[in-house]
Design a protein around this ligand. Structure first.
Ligand SMILES: Cc1cc2nc3c(=O)[nH]c(=O)nc-3n(C[C@H](O)[C@H](O)[C@H](O)COP(=O)(O)OP(=O)(O)OC[C@H]3O[C@@H](n4cnc5c(N)ncnc54)[C@H](O)[C@@H]3O)c2cc1C
Length: 413
């Protein structure tokens, strides 16, 4: 008799959603994490359930604008060249995925799973009694220049073809929605069906609490190794050896650290992102506002105004880059007018595969090990549906959406 039906490795949004879905289905579940639930990358994001965000970060416009993005003094992208030279295959594969045919394939895969995002998350929000954390004012995307707006035109057409609801508006209407904006506005899009979360960690904490109330087990320790055998898997968590029918690796950008899981052989990288919080400044915007040229969102949330975003290609171990924080502070003032000193700052690690698609599926070497990581910019949005797929796989059921495109052993470029 095994100790658990499922051991979940990592209590971010993806792991906590997996644990809660599996427990709701009646599986015996142990959730392991050395840190409090929702304290990793799921803590500091831009709080947006971005069901419209089906265009991958690596797309043809990146190739067109690469010199400006990489070498411009005022760029939302920053690359640590030493790290890039140490990881040439990941970098080349990431760029290869910017080709139009690959970008189109990736966007279609994202659109397919995105269509199920709300169905995966809403039952967990209800289960956790967290409806009060969810806001329905949509998301506003703003472009300051015609060139940038035209660069994103193909993405809007793709969304339209996918039936994603939005309204294209001019500067006057954008300002009527968000009078606090100060940057030049060429055009804007209001994704009126998008939602946001007042406090992502609070949502995950409530999901975790509900998981425990339903009889789920929690162990605050790291998983270091998994050893699959026919019919099960042995999981080393802290000092304990646990015997389970299945294990799921949901350790986000740290998933390669679990020996024997198969994740260590996959091209998992990280896109580092930052946020600044300005306590008491929540009133500056009334919904998440993304500024295309700035590469970040301004979000009203429980702790105040959060400016979150930018991409830094660098290792998990590199220290906080103060230049990135200064960039967000400077651009934040351009966007919203003078801001006081931030009350806190944060660095997080988006788990990113070179094709910007998550890994969701059984490990190639064992059907007892499930992989569920690599959600890059969209983990908050896709965590719920990923958790439901994990529960399906742990139960031996076929998920009700195609997941072959997310297989760990797919072609990555
Ligand atoms: C600036 C920024 C803005 C973003 N904005 C959005 C947004 O608006 N909308 C959206 O959908 N997404 C957004 N994202 C992306 C989203 O935050 C991530 O995709 C998501 O949080 C990843 O969740 P996760 O559960 O995979 O990882 P994490 O939240 O990082 O959780 C992984 C957990 O695994 C644990 N762990 C690590 N190693 C081990 C181990 N060996 N054993 C056990 N546990 C372990 C860690 O302690 C951690 O708790 C943003 C990201 C950033 C950086």
């Amino acid at each position: 008799m095994q100790d658990f039906d499922l051991v979940v490795v990592g209590a971010g949004i993806v792991g906590t959603a997996s644990a809660l879905w599996a427990r709701k289905r009646g599986l015996s579940v142990l959730l392991c994490d050395p840190n409090p639930p929702g304290s990793g990358t799921s803590f500091g994001n831009a709080c947006t359930l971005a069901t419209y965000a089906v265009m991958p970060v690596n797309n043809p416009s990146i190739l067109r604008n690469l010199p400006k993005l990489m070498f411009g003094s005022d760029s939302p992208l920053s690359v640590d060249y030493l790290h890039a030279m140490r990881n040439p295959l990941w970098m080349l594969s990431f760029l290869a995925n910017c080709r139009p045919a690959r970008a189109d394939h990736i966007a279609r895969q994202l659109a397919d799973i995105m269509g199920h995002a709300d169905a995966g998350l809403n039952p967990l929000i209800a289960e956790a009694g967290a409806e009060d954390l969810i806001h329905n004012r949509g998301q506003l995307s703003v472009w300051s220049t015609r060139a940038a707006a035209e660069g994103d035109r193909a993405g809007l057409e793709f969304r339209k073809a996918q039936g994603i609801p939005f309204r294209e508006i001019g500067p006057a209407e954008a300002l009527a929605l968000e009078p606090g904006l100060k940057q030049p506005i060429h055009s804007a899009v209001h994704y009126h069906a998008a939602r946001s979360i007042e406090d992502p960690q609070e949502l995950i904490t409530r999901m975790h609490r509900r998981f425990l109330a339903l009889g789920g087990q929690w162990k605050q320790a790291a998983v270091t190794e998994t050893r699959a055998y026919t019919g099960g898997v042995e999981v080393t968590c802290g000092e304990d050896r646990i015997d389970a029918a299945h294990v799921v690796i949901t350790a986000g950008a740290h998933s390669k650290s679990v020996r024997g899981s198969g994740a260590e052989h996959l091209p998992l990288g990280t896109e580092r992102g930052y946020h600044l919080i300005f306590g008491g400044e929540k009133h500056r915007v009334t919904r998440p506002v993304g500024w295309a040229e700035g590469g970040f969102y301004a979000v009203p949330m429980a702790q105040g105004l959060r400016l979150a975003g930018t991409v830094e290609i660098a290792s998990l171990r590199k220290r906080v880059n103060q230049g990135r924080l200064a960039y967000i502070a400077r651009k934040g003032a351009e966007m919203l007018g003078p801001l006081p000193e931030p009350t806190s700052h944060w660095l997080g690690y988006r788990p990113t595969m070179p094709d910007s698609l998550p890994v969701i599926g059984r490990a190639p070497h064992s059907d007892r090990i499930i992989h569920a990581f690599g959600h890059q910019h969209l983990g908050l949005t896709l965590g719920g549906i990923t958790g439901r797929i994990v529960a399906d796989l742990a139960e031996g059921r076929q998920p009700n959406l195609p997941i072959a495109g997310f297989a760990p052993d797919r072609r990555y470029a």
